[in-house]
Every structure is written in C-alpha cells, then in structure tokens.
Design a binder for this molecule. Sequence first.
Ligand SMILES: [Zn+2]
Length: 286
Amino acid sequence: MPSTTDTQPTPRSAGAMTVDVEDYFQVAAFAPQIAKEDWNRFDCRVERNLDVILSMFAENGAKATFFTLGWIAERYPATIRRIVLEGHELASHGYEHVKVHTQSPENFRSDVRRTKALLEDIGGQQVKGYRAASFSINEQSAWAFDILAEEGHAYSSSVYPIKHDHYGMPSASRFAYRPSEKHELLEVPISTVNLFNRNIPSGGGGYFRLLPYSFSRWALRRIVNNEHQPVIFYFHPWEIDPHQPRVKGASLRSRFRHYVNLGTMERRLRAILQDFRWDRMDRIFL
Ligand SMILES: [Zn+2]
C-alpha cells in the first residue's frame, strides 16, 4: 500500500542486519526428509555463500550480526574468524537447529552453553546474542528467556510476532522488550508492519523473496519514519544460492517457500543494502 509520501527520498536509516548461518540441508522445512545424522553427507555451500555475503556487506559499508550454528562454526572456523575480523558480531543460533519448544529446559540449557562456549572459542569475542531455530520461542517456551539470561546472553532475537503455520507469537510486542523482570535480557523481534490490525512479516525470509522489493522498502521505511523504531532484517546464506542441490521428497509448500525467487535474492539484497544503513544488533540495542 505505498502512498505518495512513501515514495519521497528518505535518508538512509539504521537497522539491524542479521544472517542466520546454516546450510540448505539444515532448514526446519526439510527436517522430515533429512536426518541430522546425515548432514555430514551433504555438499556444504555455506562457506562460498558467506564469502559472497561478506563481500557485499564490505562493498556497502554494512555491519551485521551472524547468528551461527555451532555445527557450522566447528567445520568452518576460518570463515567464522573472518566474520569477526571484518567487524561483524558473532552470535548463537544453537548447535544444530533444534526448535526450543521440542526440547526440555535441561537440554536447551546445555545446547545454549555448548554453542556459546564454542563460538567464543573460535571467534575470540564475547557472544551476547541468541536466535532460536525457526523463531521457536513462543508462549509455551517462554522459560527459555530465563535460561538465556542465566547462561550469559544479553539479548535474544527469537520471536516473530506473526501468525504462521510453523512459528510465530502474534501477541508478542512488535518492538524490543524485556520478557521478564527477573533479568535484563532483551528480546528483539523481527520487523513487521501492522496493517488492518494484523502484523505483516516485513523483516526478511521467504516473504522478502516472494513480495515485490518495493513493498519491503515501503514497510521498512514506514517502521523507521512513522514509528521511529530500528528495523530488524534477516536472511540465510542459502537464499543467495540458486544453484544449491534440490531436496527431494519435501512437500510442495516447503519447496515453494524454500526455492521461490532464489535467483533474485542477491539483487534484492544489494538494493536493501543501498537503501538502508545497517549495523550489528549489539550496537543498536545494547
Ligand atoms: Zn535457522
């Protein structure tokens, strides 16, 4: 619903750019087809894709936060060090992409602890941020916030305040909030625009590839200019890789969501890097 006021040139405004570092065979939508034990048999493309992303960020003077799987960090420590050396923030995406609400609090705690220690060891930098696999902190798994705070995380970005069949907490705040008075942990949800009393996903993922880029730019500018809030954008390295091997046997819906417009993603990302000024989560929110 772009209006005339939204088409006026706007100064580039700050937002948090984030990358969920996982490979194409580790996504939740393909979990029914690909067991974790088989991950080792796949041809990894994350290193090559991160190479392109880091160059794109450098060309546009963008800094970002990389929420990284422990599994990936263990295998590609040189790329992880490059992320840190180039001035980006290294943060945790858990060890092997298990949704929070499918774990016991004890298992969740040991996964959080193991991944944070591993990333700090490789990156040589304190890890402050955490993003749950598939935005899987919701009403049922809100206990996870306490554990994240106890394990030394300063913020989480694990809530998408939308209605979606796989994730989402539509009742959650659209902007950064403290989930508990017991600690200082900050939750920073992915950006949405509220239209007709409904939160429309506006911060990346399949929607960013599916909808025209002009909608995304309008939505993000509206958040910055009308609501005076920083935007939070996310994407995955496999999204810029139209030549990735196709996973067989997944549902039509999962394949559509994963493969739609992969070939346009790099161009769209270059546009968003030029239209907005991007920084790390910790610098914007802590
Ligand atoms: Zn993920």
